[in-house]
Design a protein around this ligand. Structure first.
Ligand code: IMP
Ligand code: MG
Length: 194
């Protein structure tokens, strides 16, 4: 019988004995599914209000943003296109190696478009800084960042993160797209593990 995890936002979920957890214990649930859901709806509205006209391209940074992006775009009630890019940075480590590689490049032309870059979590900010340099060179009309989570410890990011879901605790978080060594992306909540 595992200990009931602490919950930062939301209610104590029954998921602390979740079969998705590979036998690991949740240390705490940072954001439960209902908390994520209601914030994503608000973000959809904020994004809608921020883009009165023009072509909007929502660019998801894979793999971490895939769950968030899927929920988010369904709450943005205006025309838009979706594409992805794949940058590889962390490998299987829980700390940044400092390497950012572009493994998949968006097929869509970025020129004259409003680009909304969707990221799961901002940690050091290094990944985003390198990507922004790449994307800005392609002459988009505007470029903004939407991150589900922001640890507020980024020292490397000059560009402000315009849309933030939540300020996150400085812990290694998994779920709702975030992984540890490719595990736990499919958790419907965000948690840190023991
Ligand atoms: P940064 O370049 O240090 O800002 O790191 C950003 C990337 O590292 C994110 O896109 C995540 O894939 C990964 N990352 C950073 N912190 C965490 C975490 O707490 N859990 C899972 N992945 C993380
Ligand atoms: Mg990752």
């Amino acid at each position: 019988m595992s200990a009931v995890p602490e919950v930062l936002f939301g209610s104590v979920a029954p998921e602390h004995e979740d079969p998705r957890l590979l036998g690991r214990d949740v240390r705490r649930i940072a954001f439960d599914a209902a908390t994520l859901r209601s914030r994503v709806i608000e973000l959809g509205q904020e994004i809608h209000d921020a883009y009165p006209d023009g072509d909007l391209l929502v660019l998801g940074l894979l793999k971490g943003s895939f769950v968030f992006l899927a929920d988010l775009v369904r709450e943005i009630r205006r025309p838009l296109h979706v594409d992805f890019l794949v940058a590889s940075s962390y490998g299987d480590a829980t700390i940044s190696s400092g390497e950012v590689r572009l493994v998949y490049d968006p097929e869509t032309a970025l020129e004259d478009k409003h680009i909304l870059l969707v990221e799961d979590i901002v940690d050091s900010g290094r990944t985003l800084r390198k990507l922004l340099t790449l994307l800005e060179a392609r002459a988009p009309q505007s470029i903004e960042i939407c991150a589900l989570l922001h640890k507020r410890i980024a020292t490397e990011l000059a560009h402000p993160v315009r849309f933030v879901g939540f300020d996150a605790p400085n812990e290694f978080l998994v779920g709702y797209g975030l992984d540890h060594a490719e595990n736990f992306r499919h958790l419907p909540y965000v948690a840190s593990l023991r």
